[in-house]
Design a protein around this ligand. Structure first.
Ligand SMILES: [Zn+2]
Length: 468
């Protein structure tokens, strides 16, 4: 195969690729109310129909699986390689200077919701396949593009698809990072509740509120206390000496403590500064002494300020391939009657949902919280020495001149629940693209480079006898 011819073909289709991407961006394909044949709403169904129509115009055979998933392929041979992208997006959010669903092309970038996640990568795969087909590049085995519609909201699309069809033997998703993500930690979400008996003492904790989302380090926390002096609070703050900003204000017959830290995703909690555990630690320093305050003191003992490795909760563990467990106490509310908390744990491949939730429950029971629920997903692991992963890493090295190494992440990608799937692209190391944020974009250079990477990956995987 003449690589240069393949790359020239892709370069010469730059305008067409940008136009296709803009067309797909025009569908506001975030999850909306289900309808007939549109399990995740009409816009994403329409977007899927449009993408399949474009694939047909390229001469691909397509199939629509009840509006959940669509597939496209052009080879006679059975597909050994599947490439899994998604056409659904997150809602536009706020702060845009461009229109989220009316793509804007300038400075070599395509702006619009879904441009990098994941419509642009899907377009890159479509044109990589078109290039191989139009140039008549021989493929011993087939390739199938698989377009999903519910990645952002629980992957109900794949659940349906795997009931009625099967994934090809080798699978990658261009919905993550280069070089290759082969390990995704397991995840546990825990909930605990405890009723507190009313207390008449003069000194007491009146309320505590922190965190809204279970999978984020909480940025803000506040509590109100009575019978405690401002000096006592300030002494507790200076004993702790936190990075968080702490403010004390007088309210009616009480004092309110406000803490401001820094948010971060639960898969990378060390990048944040946990306002919740900071406030727990401050309160633990003050001898308030009512039942609620004592229970929060217990929580502070097992979840100390900014401890993210689970050490004090008996959960510290790690292995060589996936690194260490991370934990975030992310939500805690107390209104005078009930303490209600949530936490997020990412654990390495050496452990299991059962083991981690068992330790978690035991520890929380020991701290006075008997009502604990925990559930989650097992880790995802693909051997970094497999011929498939090595083939993809080889393509990355070939195309970028950089060392191709596997990466382990705390988050889950689209292939988390598949057998043997990895993430390959579409984001290059250090790239800025505002994914999920305002003014999301994909550079046209990245669109072209991705298409070349995918074309080469398809060629190599589909002609590799080891991978048949
Ligand atoms: Zn995505």
């Amino acid at each position: 195969m003449n690589k240069q011819k393949l790359f020239d073909y892709i370069d010469s289709h730059k305008e067409a690729m940008v136009a296709t991407l803009c067309e797909l961006i025009s569908y506001p394909s975030y999850q909306q109310e289900a309808g007939e044949g549109a399990p995740f709403g009409k816009p994403v169904r329409d977007c899927l129909d449009k993408a399949l129509e474009i694939c047909e115009s390229f001469g691909f055979k397509t199939k629509n699986y009840d509006g959940y998933v669509g597939t496209a392929e052009f080879t006679e041979n059975d597909a050994v390689l599947g490439i899994l992208g998604h056409l659904d997006v997150v809602p536009e959010g706020t702060g845009w200077t461009h229109e989220p669903f009316n793509a804007h092309v300038c400075d070599g970038k395509v702006f619009g919701r879904g441009s990098i996640d994941d419509k642009g990568p899907c377009v890159a795969v479509m044109y990589a396949m078109k290039a191989l087909k139009d140039l008549g590049v021989p493929l011993k085995n087939g390739v199938r593009l698989i377009l999903g519609t519910n990645e952002e909201n629980g992957s109900g699309d794949l659940e349906h698809f795997e009931k009625v069809a099967s994934m090809p033997k080798w699978l990658f998703t261009p919905d993550g990072n280069y070089p290759v993500i082969n390990i995704e930690k397991g995840m546990i979400r825990g909930w605990f509740v405890r009723e507190v008996t009313a207390c008449n003492s003069a000194k007491k904790l009146l309320s505590f509120h922190s965190g809204k989302t279970i999978n984020a380090v909480p940025e803000l926390a506040n509590a109100t206390v009575c019978g405690v002096t401002e000096e006592e609070i300030k002494a507790a703050v200076s004993a702790l000496n936190p990075m968080c900003e702490v403010n004390v204000t007088e309210a009616e017959d009480s004092l309110r403590i406000d803490v401001k830290g820094k948010s971060a995703h639960a898969s990378t909690p060390a990048l944040g500064d946990n306002a919740l555990t900071c406030l727990l630690a401050i309160l633990a320093e003050i001898d308030i002494g009512d039942e609620a305050a004592d229970l929060l003191k217990n929580l502070s003992r097992i979840y100390p300020y900014n401890e993210t490795d689970g050490l004090s909760a008996g959960l510290k563990m790690s292995d060589e391939v996936s690194g260490g467990l991370t934990m975030v106490l992310s939500v805690l509310d107390y209104d005078g009657k009930i303490i209600d908390g949530k936490l997020d744990i990412r654990f390495p491949v050496c452990s299991s949902v059962n083991e981690v939730s068992g330790i978690l429950t035991q520890t929380l029971n020991g701290a006075g919280f008997n009502n604990v629920k925990a559930g989650g997903a097992e880790p995802h692991y693909v051997d970094s020495n497999s011929a498939f992963v090595k083939t993809l890493l080889g393509v990355y090295e070939d195309m970028t001149g950089e060392k191709g190494e596997c990466i382990a992440i705390g988050g889950g990608t689209y292939v988390h629940h598949t057998e043997g799937g990895v993430a390959f692209g579409a984001e290059f190391p250090g790239e800025d693209n505002h994914m999920h944020g305002a003014d999301e974009f994909m550079t046209i250079d990245s669109l072209l480079l991705n298409a070349k990477m995918f074309a080469l990956a398809i060629y190599k995987v589909c002609n590799n006898e080891e991978l048949e």
